[in-house]
Design a binder for this molecule. Structure first.
Ligand code: PEP
Length: 253
């Protein structure tokens, strides 16, 4: 069956020393993940190599990056390619986070290119989608998310889709303390799965892990993860506190 995943998105936080401390605190808890459960830590680029060396011997713990370039290589000052990430041992890459879409003007078409390069280099994209508040208020969130999926993912083959994780992150819930209710999350996750089924078939849809992101924390993770179509979480703020991140992982069941 599909994987259950808790992924931490550290964003632009922590120094190297703090990053090492956080990873060590998490690993030293000695959590035993169950079959089919995975934890991903998406660190800032400068810490990837160090994080890899710390994580590599712990089963079920994987390394993530928070972005990768839309071009293969060359004169793109400041960019980091999928091939580079692969070469330092990155397993997952978050693509299409709403902060990247908003502050760096990443379009669905740009994200389609990033996804292709990530997959071509053996990285598993965690593809983020989700609507802003005005879209939720207008009750057009399904159409909005359907378009994001269509324009960034539907050029993939069913085989390629096997390596893609989807994260539904309503923008109004990210870093705001507002969480989608379990019912709102389940409705959207079921909708996303139905869209995938319509495009790729039921088997592909049942195989796709769909994570929830948006102010998930120890106090609400259990209810969210209990929803039948919620396969774990993409965690921002709470992934920076070892005790909170560990508690959320344990809510996977
Ligand atoms: C995120 O940025 O992916 C996120 C879910 O953030 P937070 O958990 O802080 O809302």
């Amino acid at each position: 069956m599909r994987k259950k995943i808790v992924a931490g998105n550290w964003k632009m936080n922590l120094t190297l020393g703090q990053a090492e401390q956080l990873i060590n605190d998490i690993l030293q808890a000695g959590l035993r993940l169950k079959d089919g459960q995975e934890v991903v830590m998406a660190t800032p680029f400068p810490y990837l190599l160090k994080a890899k060396s710390l994580l590599k011997n712990t089963p079920g713990f994987y390394l993530g990056a928070q972005n990768s370039a839309s071009e293969k290589s060359g004169a793109y000052t400041g960019e980091v390619s999928a091939e580079m990430l692969q070469s330092v041992g990155v397993d997952y890459v978050i693509l299409g986070h709403s902060e990247r879409r908003e502050y760096f003007q990443e379009s669905n078409a740009t994200l389609a290119k990033k996804i292709d390069l990530a997959l071509a280099n053996g990285l598993k994209p965690i593809f983020c989608c989700g609507e802003p508040l005005e879209v939720r208020k207008a009750e057009t969130q399904n159409e909005y998310v359907a378009k994001q999926l269509e324009e960034s993912l539907y050029h993939l083959t069913e085989e390629q889709l096997k390596n893609v994780v989807i994260a539904y992150e309503p923008i109004w819930a990210i870093g705001t303390g507002l969480t989608a209710s379990a019912a709102q999350a389940q409705d959207m996750h079921a909708f996303i799965r139905a869209q995938i089924a319509a495009k790729y078939g039921r088997e592909a849809a049942l195989r796709t892990s769909i994570l929830y992101g948006g102010s998930a924390k120890p106090s609400n993770a259990e209810e969210l993860f209990a929803c039948p179509d919620v396969d774990g979480g993409l965690i921002g703020g709470a992934s920076l506190v070892a005790a909170d991140f560990l508690a959320i992982i344990q809510k996977l069941g």
